[in-house]
Unconditional design. Structure first.
Lengths: 850, 345
């Protein structure tokens, strides 16, 4: 029996009739002599590939063979160093994601390019051109629904993607790619997170596309899938082309030889020979927690227990709880002793599935990553003994056969398998009482897998209980002495000894998937109310109520509160802060921050104080305003350029302009001077009744921006870029341009604020303005915009600015001194931030469990 | 390090991964030392009055206070945060150590005790909001900053108090020609560096900053470190406040505002990434010296306060660009040796 990756090669799966590949057929995609290097290391060397229209072309190879790199080049995500790309007969000069989209190239990534802060519908709209949807149905909502139904995605269109399970995110990713009816469809290991019925569905859709003439590239580890779906297969090894063959004409043995350069047999170490004397090392009783329920298991000395089932049925949540990495109820006993969560956290080692984000500290070196669990026993007195640290780490790494340039090499420079072994070394150095490994061989090449299996077995032989979670049934069969199959958070089967076979595991998992699908359908019924509370507009309502209550209270204490004079002055102050805060909102939505808005406003006022003076002609005034515009635009673009092109963090970039603008203002005027022309300030202060026109303009602009944010392409792109830059780039959004526009928008809205400030101050004062930076951030945060980007509203900022000004005003009317202004401000921002973040956390909690 | 003579374990070298050599001197430290040396050389040539004995004796104590405050900011930045409450915190501690004694030397020590207690409380609030409630550090410390200024005004009503004589003697004291605050700053930097680089807690602290999730899966109690950074930061601000109060005769209620931007600038110039991770404490302290001397240098050139800010902005931009821009790639783009776009077939 030949095994590659995690599927047995099953000859009966070869079922599709394949039309003869016609040599005269024009390739849809032709890649010629592609070479790509990363930091001087060759990822691809002179690789050529032709993909014909109507064929499913499998791309095979071990991890690090260059499959994903080659396809990232084909989809425009990466630029090759050398080589030619010909698409549909035309040579493509520079292939960017946007160009690729225009050509009809769609790629389904291993990690979905989704925007977590946006809804399902918005994700589709941002990635799928309007014309594609309209072809489906003139009603866009119906069109999107149809697109989702195609892949059996039964969630609501308005659901936020961050609340979706991993499997459903992948379905969404597939739906987006299918919706554009691509000429070239690239699928990068699409089946890994999908349930069995989704895989069947996926293959059906792929066959339909191929039949319609689409060229399909199918990246996979699984030989069985190649047999099932592909017409031709190309094998890469170490970034070089090993060959392209017709699937029907090539034997598995030949393919394997191409892939690994040698024949590979099943590579599992012998299992534990059970005996009655083996003491029960680990006893889990009715462990329950968010995402899993009532799981019990027993593990005897020397055994490895596997946790299987379709992805997204609570396995990771259970494994985390077992390792004390999240809370649970029920009991865990190790060697007869009860272990609380705290003791488990300290005593159990846990290897997360996603080693890049959860397992490794990529900026630190190999030694530091491995030693972090062992530091406590490497000390003499209070200090770490360096020599002992090196010895201990080195010994562990060589036992695990880690290949690394040196102990001091950054861990990010290692290959996937070696990185995983560093995580393993880290776990072993903890000298754990229990080892919990989630997907220990995911993304690890065949050779390294065998070593990881051997090591896990050795650990078990040494009397440490080992629990392995895996979506790879072949791995469970080969490695584990007992397997618990989970479905919907429950243990649906416990397979023991001889029963641990791929068939039995799959059967137990699949017979339970009907329930999972049912649950997915039920999720559709998430209530309108809960969607609203978790939505972006809840803060607006909350702030409105707070403002009304505060207003009523002040009025009950002081009836002059609603005097025309007070209304005018409050609203005018609100307009100044409000405009600047709207600008800040732009940047915070992008996940950035603009510290320079305050000094910019101050600087612009100082600038105006040289031109907009009594005794100068209106033409000079106009020149002054024009210069303000130019200066604001220049600062915005400079901020954006520093962030995007010079790679400054937003704080560093805008700190530079903050200090610089303050300096410029003082260079122009060392003391307040230059009294603004009265007719201009009067014009700015125009009122309708008690309400200043500036305030009306502020409200109108806030609502207009809000509409733009929800409806316009730019608004979607802005939020997309803030939600996940990487995903936004992959769906073809020009990030640089969007970010530049964001910072430009911030500066131009600050300009409007400066105009109001001009009338308010009436003089060029270099000391004014800076304080608006922090108050604008306060206003935006109160309005419910997240500093992480992607989520927020301009209307919320409107309310936030309103409340900030109202609170300042309240202290005056309630006869409170300045310290109360500070205290109220502090309490408001802390309370607001806590409430919003708690609501969001509870909203996304459901998704994280699975 | 390196003083051990005996070692445990097998005597034969373990095969496999070679040890590799460790970079003892970071790029940040190298850059900032070079820049500082250059600045002093330039000062000597162009503006020698900025290196006059009297000028140095004025500049160095402030540099010391900024260095200590900068170390505190570095701790927070190492956790991927930023501490805006340095302004309110430092102001509060300055007010406490001046107003509480009100000129009476005997009440100085209790005042310092109260200031330390206040620093712990402020740090715990920040640590709770960031570590436990997982608020964005900017938002959390913005809120705390406002509360701290509320406390400043509540306690002092904004009226400045003259520093006690005993505290002034420390600030103006000179040992072997060097102002005492410099010794305090140097000692603090040394202790902080040893704790972070050589103790298990310090190493875990860096690990949490580099990737909190990863540290958590490794079994590190992440909250304790992520939140603890804010407590240590406030304690360092408190020390900086004491030093500051000792060198300023009659500090106002808002002294901390002068530390907010320079402390962040010192951290950034020292090469610690605002994204968190490894911290370069010595480099931060030297960057504080650099910034203080830069002030004196520009002052000695006879230009206004304004151009000082401009020079600072320029220095900061250059300092960040050294780390962020891939200069080799930029050079390659400017002087291409071979086509980076697609070559014709």
């Amino acid at each position: 029996m030949i095994v590659l990756g995690d599927r047995m090669v099953d000859a009966s799966a070869i079922s599709i009739p394949v039309e003869d590949s016609d040599a005269t057929r024009q390739p849809t995609l032709s890649m010629v002599d592609i070479t790509k290097r990363f930091d001087g290391v060759a990822a691809l060397t002179d690789v050529s590939l032709d993909v014909l229209g109507g064929e499913v072309h499998a791309l095979l190879g071990e991890n690090g063979a260059g499959k994903s790199t080659l396809m990232n080049i084909a989809s425009g995500a990466l630029a090759p160093d050398l080589g030619t790309i010909v698409f549909g007969g035309d040579e493509i000069g520079e292939l960017t994601p946007a160009v690729a989209r225009g050509l009809g190239i769609a790629m389904v990534h291993q990690h979905p390019a989704i925007l977590p802060d946006m809804t399902v519908a918005e994700n589709i709209r941002v990635a799928v051109g309007r014309e594609h949807l309209e072809r489906r149905d003139a009603d866009l909502t119906k069109a999107m629904r149809a697109v989702l139904d195609d892949v059996h995605f039964f969630g609501h269109l308005e659901d936020r993607v961050s609340s979706l399970s991993v499997a459903r995110r992948h379905l969404l990713e597939l739906a987006k790619a299918f919706a554009v009816s691509p000429r070239l469809l690239i699928l990068d290991e699409p089946t890994a997170p999908l349930s069995q019925d989704s895989v069947v569905l996926l293959f059906d859709v792929v066959r339909k596309f191929a039949a319609a003439g689409t060229a399909v590239v199918y990246i996979t580890h699984r030989l069985g899938e190649v047999r099932e779906i592909a017409d031709r297969v190309t094998v890469l090894r170490d970034g070089t082309l090993r060959g392209t063959e017709s699937v029907r004409d090539v034997s598995d043995a030949d393919l394997l030889a191409l892939i690994v350069g040698r024949r590979l047999d099943a590579s599992f170490p012998p299992k534990h020979v059970a005996s009655i004397e083996d003491p029960a090392l680990l006893q889990v009783d009715a462990l329950s927690g968010p995402g899993f329920n009532d799981i019990s298991l027993t593990l005897r000395s020397g055994e490895i227990v596997g946790i299987g089932g379709v992805v997204g049925n609570g396995q990771p949540a259970f494994l985390r709880a077992l390792a004390g990495r999240r809370s649970s109820t029920g009991s865990v006993r190790l060697d007869g002793k009860a272990f609380s969560r705290r003791r488990l956290f300290e005593g159990a080692a846990y290897m997360p599935a996603d080693r890049l984000t959860d397992g490794l500290m990529l900026d630190l070196n190999v030694r530091e990553n491995a030693a972090i669990t062992a530091l406590g026993r490497l000390t003499t007195g209070p200090f770490i003994r360096r020599r002992r640290e090196i010895d201990v780490v080195q010994r562990e790494l060589s036992e695990l056969a880690v290949r690394a340039p040196s102990l001091e090499a950054p861990v990010s420079s290692l290959s996937g398998g070696n990185q995983q072994k560093v995580v393993m070394a880290r776990s072993m150095l903890a000298q754990p009482a229990l080892l919990v490994a989630d997907e220990p061989t995911q993304g690890v090449d065949v050779g390294a897998r065998a070593e990881i299996y051997r090591i896990l077995r050795e650990i078990a032989d040494n009397g440490v209980p080992v629990v392995v979670g895996s979506s790879d049934t072949k791995e469970l069969e080969g490695l584990c002495d007992r397997v618990i199959v989970m479905s919907r958070g429950q243990a649906v089967a416990t397979l023991d000894g001889e029963e641990v076979t791929e068939e039995k595991i799959v059967h137990a998992a699949i017979s339970a998937t009907a329930h999972a699908a049912e649950a997915a359908r039920r999720e559709r019924g998430a209530s309108r109310l809960s969607r609203f509370i978790e939505g972006d507009y809840a803060p607006v309502i909350v702030l409105g109520i707070v403002m009304l209550a505060l207003g009523a209270y002040i009025l009950s204490r002081n009836h002059r509160y609603l005097s025309n004079f007070n209304i005018t002055s409050v609203e005018f102050a609100c307009a100044a802060l409000g405009f600047i805060s709207l600008g800040q909102t732009f940047v915070l939505l992008l996940g950035g921050i603009d510290l320079s808005v305050g000094p910019l406003a101050g600087f612009l006022v100082v600038l105006a104080s040289f031109f907009v003076l009594d005794g100068k002609s209106p033409a000079i005034w106009a020149l002054g305003f024009a210069l303000m515009f130019v200066a604001a635009a220049a600062v915005g673009l400079l901020n954006g350029a520093l962030v995007r092109f010079a790679k400054f963090t937003p704080v560093a970039a805008t700190l530079v302009t903050y200090i610089g603008l303050g300096g410029l203002a003082f260079t122009l005027r060392s003391a307040p001077d230059g009294y603004i022309a009265a007719s201009v300030t009067n014009a700015i202060e125009t009122k309708i009744g008690p309400i200043p026109v500036a305030f009306i303009a502020f409200v109108v602009i806030a609502f207009a921006l809000e509409l733009g944010l929800r409806r316009s392409k730019l608004g979607l792109r802005l939020r997309a870029a803030g939600s996940s830059e990487e995903s936004a780039r992959r769906v073809g959004i020009p990030i640089n341009r969007v970010v530049l526009i964001g910072y430009l928008g911030a500066s131009l809205l600050t300009l409007l604020g400066a105009v109001v400030l001009l009338a308010q101050l009436g003089v060029g004062d270099p000391g004014q303005g800076s304080s608006y930076t922090l108050t604008s951030i306060t206003a935006v945060v109160l309005g419910g915009t997240s500093l992480l980007g992607g989520r927020g509203t301009f209307v919320g900022t409107l309310m936030g600015a309103g409340l900030s000004v109202q609170v300042l005003n309240a202290t005056v009317f309630l006869g409170l001194d300045q310290k109360w202004q500070y205290i109220f401000q502090g309490l408001l921002i802390v309370a607001g931030a806590i409430i919003y973040s708690e609501v969001r956390r509870s909203a996304s909690r459901g998704a994280v469990e699975s | 390090m390196g003083v051990e003579r005996h070692r445990e374990g097998p005597a034969e070298p373990v095969s496999g991964v070679p040890r590799g050599s460790r970079n003892v001197i970071s790029r940040g430290l190298l850059t900032v030392v070079a820049a500082t040396a250059l600045l002093f050389a330039l000062s000597e040539v162009v503006a020698s009055s900025s290196l006059a004995h009297g000028t140095l004796l004025t500049m160095l104590p402030f540099a010391g206070a900024l260095a200590i405050a900068g170390l505190g900011q570095t701790f927070v930045v190492m956790q991927g945060g930023i501490d805006l409450s340095i302004a309110g915190g430092l102001s509060l501690y300055v007010v406490i150590v001046t107003k509480y004694p009100a000129g009476v030397n005997g009440r100085l020590l209790p005042a310092i005790g109260i200031a330390i207690a206040a620093a712990v409380v402020a740090g715990l609030i920040n640590g709770f909001l960031v570590g436990r409630m997982r608020l964005n550090p900017i938002v959390a410390t913005l809120g705390t900053n406002a509360l701290l200024f509320g406390a400043v005004l509540w306690y002092s009503a904004g009226i400045p108090t003259t520093t006690t004589a005993r505290l002034s003697r420390i600030g103006s004291g000179v040992w072997f020609g060097v102002p005492i605050p410099v010794y305090i700053a140097a000692l603090t930097t040394a202790v902080a560096t040893v704790v972070v680089k050589l103790t298990p807690a310090g190493r875990r602290f860096e690990g949490v900053g580099a990737n909190a999730t990863s540290a958590f899966t490794a079994g590190v109690k992440v909250r304790r470190y992520a939140g603890g950074a804010y407590v240590w930061a406030q304690l360092l601000y408190c020390l900086a406040a004491i030093v500051h109060a000792s060198i300023v005769n009659q500090p106002t209620a808002y002294e901390g505002n002068n530390y907010l931007l320079p402390s962040v600038a010192a951290v950034v110039l020292g090469g610690t990434s605002l994204l968190g991770g490894r911290g370069y404490l010595v480099a931060t302290a030297i960057a504080a010296l650099f910034l203080s001397q830069l002030d004196q240098f520009v002052l000695a050139l006879g230009v206004s306060y304004a151009s000082r800010s401009l020079v600072e902005a320029g220095a900061l931009a250059a300092g960040v660009a050294i780390y962020t821009i891939d200069w080799r790639a930029a050079a390659r783009r400017a002087f291409p040796r071979r086509t980076t776009t697609l070559a014709p077939t």
